[in-house]
Write a protein that binds this ligand. Sequence first.
Ligand SMILES: O=C(O)CCC(=O)C(=O)O
Ligand SMILES: [Fe+2]
Length: 262
Amino acid sequence: MLLLLLALTSSAEALFANPLAALSDLVGPTDGPISQRRANFAVPSHPNLKALHDSPPVYQIPGFLNDEECDALVHAALERKFPRIPYGAKNKIFTGTKWAAHKQDPSVDQFLSYACEVFGGVPETRFDPVTVTRYSAGQYQAKHLDARLQHQIVRNKAYLATGGQRIAQLICYLQAPAAGGETRFFGPAFGGLAVPPKKGTALIFPTATLDGLADERYLHSGEPVIKGDKWIVGTWLMEAERTDGADVRKAIEELWKLEARS
Ligand SMILES: O=C(O)CCC(=O)C(=O)O
Ligand SMILES: [Fe+2]
């Protein structure tokens, strides 16, 4: 079950008509394998939505969470309301601390309900289990893609039960470090875009098309924090509704058992 949660939290044709709006007229620029295809991405909506980059799109929502909502999530982690996920400990791809926050505290439900609104009122089951992450000085998340590549996917029942592909990342910065910790995009099409963490601001970008094709242009990182602590809450919009809620709950119970032993 631990492995299940790790799988759920470490990586990423809908079964039904997708309720999301599509950027069907947006044609991507010319780098990367997906560039010959028409972009077909989930499009967020929010009164404060800003495009940080038009094509390929990267969005920002200042004031996605207010200060109290940010603090509540950080405090919940510090007060041990969430079990830790031993993610990245061996591979150095991720060196921060990550907690399985999903459904463990009302502050998480609040975040999830905003996430549902941003994607046109989709149900909570369209999201990957929510995590909270802290990066202290020197800690980072190395360059990665959130979506799984075609050769890593078997589109079977088990895969679709977990929601299939991750099609958009949604993170919200809960605390900005004093220096460093930008979210950096490496695809040439982004022109060196590096987003400085700002408390309460959400960052949203597609990771795959609505029908689950990974977009390899979206290679990104959480750059090393130089000074202070960076905190984020995050999840992914999945291409389909998850039906594995019971497995997620069991995996979180296993993490709690691990926590009790440490
Ligand atoms: O920490 C960040 O700025 C990015 C995090 C991220 O990309 C992830 O958790 O997948
Ligand atoms: Fe990511």
